[in-house]
Design a protein around this ligand. Structure first.
Ligand code: 4NP
Length: 168
């Protein structure tokens, strides 16, 4: 069984930004099957548990060839800190929430997603929920940039043999 790395994308509701990140990054990861990546998303809040991604997020993603239709919202659980190598927050509020709930002995590196986006001055992915279509396009632009950087980072790590542990 090849080594694997596990990435969880996190926003507030798990219906706009983090499912978009999951769908985009899954697509990018398909190009690197040897990395054997596990990819998921979750929200820090439970308001939308069980719901499909917001229709505006689904439509914007579909226009770029990403299918979000099978995804369903869930809230972050303590086990996520042990299962995933990375918990990647869309904004500082979600990062702070994740760090506050971090259990002792957590495996996950908890960071902002845009730490991996090269050439992007924003540090946070703006919440598109109360805005117009352009906000969903911006989410895709930022998530695509971060996905490329994250994949390069994981490939570099794997190349250095720094790839500890399969999914626990
Ligand atoms: P997300 O967007 O965190 O990117 O999924 C939001 C979705 C729902 C709400 C806020 C943000 N809400 O307040 O219901």
């Amino acid at each position: 069984m090849p080594e694997s790395r596990a990435v969880l994308f996190v926003c507030l509701g798990n219906i706009c930004r983090s499912p978009t990140a999951e769908g985009v990054f899954r697509h990018y990861a398909q190009g690197c099957p040897s990395l054997n990546l596990a990819v998921d998303s979750a929200g820090t809040a439970a308001y939308h548990t069980g719901k499909a991604p917001d229709s505006r997020a689904r439509q914007a993603a579909a226009r770029r060839g990403y299918d979000l239709s099978a995804l369903r919202a869930r809230q972050v659980v303590t086990e996520d800190y042990h299962r995933f190598d990375y918990l990647l927050a869309m904004d500082r509020q979600n990062l702070d929430d994740l760090l506050r709930r971090r259990p002792p002995g957590a495996r996950a590196d908890v960071r902002l997603l845009l730490d991996f986006a090269e050439g992007v001055s924003l540090r946070e992915v703006p919440d598109p929920y109360y805005g117009g279509e352009q906000g969903f396009e911006q989410v895709l632009d930022l998530v695509e940039a971060a996905s490329a950087g994250l994949l390069s980072h994981l490939l570099e790590q794997a190349g250095r043999g720094n790839n500890p542990g399969a999914l626990r």
